[in-house]
Design a protein around this ligand. Structure first.
Ligand code: NAP
Length: 264
């Protein structure tokens, strides 16, 4: 089996990375940065987001597992003192795979530039570069509302505990193939009206965001920030691809939610 280990870059994560690499090579696993079967991410959820984007072109062939060197994470749920146990699991047992849904974002431009397609593990956010964001929101081809406010966030179920949660979005179990649209400070008065609460769309329900006027937009895909010009539409839906996590033991999602947000 081929593996890669990705570190957040701090001293603790780097030391752990070297240890795991040595252990796994002693078990005759092959270190391969290009085509790993498994990627061990060491740091936090942010480190796993970066690992995901490095291998998003081969998601069906690469599985991820995360070790946290800071606080407990959603993607990084192994502790540094469990490294030996994890290494033995990776080397000796065929691992179970758990798949989580992803968000597909397609950006089209008014000047017929090539369409851009992105995959997000957490979310995509859209903000205006200047002034309020004003976008028509269509769901399944039907006009839904005109949004006016700071921005919009479309998250995956596993990303629902990240930016989406800070916006008052619901936490969704990652087994639900869905995406969630939440608002950032919408303007609501007698002239402008939005739904005002987060909405959850199932698979095959496409959400189209169409700017009311030409302008520049700041679009984020997970930790990546893009400036998008001449945007005609931003299309969001559940992606066909899924991300695969290697599971060696049970760690129920709701237990992780509780331990991250309620009690240690
Ligand atoms: P960052 O600003 O350095 O860190 C964002 C924080 O979000 C970190 O504490 C990170 O955990 C945590 N996080 C990432 N994915 C998560 C998840 N699925 N569930 C719960 N927490 C999660 O940025 P970054 O490390 O590059 O991560 C980018 C992410 O930051 C974006 O995808 C977005 O979700 C999030 N973000 C949140 C807000 C907000 O809450 N107001 C604003 C902007 C961006 P670790 O410390 O374990 O890495």
């Amino acid at each position: 089996m081929k593996f890669n280990v990705r570190s957040r870059g701090d001293h603790t994560s780097n030391v752990l990375t070297q240890r795991i690499k040595t252990y796994l090579e002693e078990f005759d696993l092959i270190y391969d940065e290009q085509e790993p079967d498994i990627v061990i991410s060491i740091g936090g959820d942010g480190t796993l987001l970066e690992a995901f984007h490095q291998y998003k072109h081969r998601l069906a062939l690469t599985s991820f597992v995360g070790i946290h060197t800071g606080h407990l994470g959603f993607y990084a749920d192994w502790q540094p003192d469990e490294v030996e146990k994890l290494v033995i699991h990776i080397a000796k047992t065929p691992f179970k795979i758990v798949e989580y849904p992803l968000l597909e974002v397609v950006i089209r431009h008014t000047n017929d530039q090539e369409t851009e397609r992105y995959l997000a593990l957490n979310e995509c956010t859209v903000k205006s570069m200047e002034g309020s964001l004003v976008m028509d929101v269509e769901i399944k081809g039907e006009s839904f509302e005109t949004f006016r406010g700071d921005g919009l966030c479309m998250s995956t179920p596993s990303g629902s505990t990240a930016y989406n949660k800070a916006l008052g979005g619901a936490i969704l179990h990652p087994s639900l193939a869905s995406i969630q649209l939440s608002e950032m400070a919408s303007i609501n008065n007698r002239v402008y009206r939005t739904i005002g609460s987060p909405i959850v769309l199932p698979e095959h329900h496409t959400c189209l965001l169409k700017p009311k006027s030409e302008g520049d937009f700041q679009v984020t895909i997970d930790h990546l920030t893009l400036v998008q010009k001449k945007v005609q539409s931003i299309q969001c839906r559940v992606a066909e691809e899924k991300v695969r996590f290697a599971r060696f033991r049970s760690f129920p999602f709701w237990k992780r939610v509780r331990e991250s947000f309620i009690t240690e």
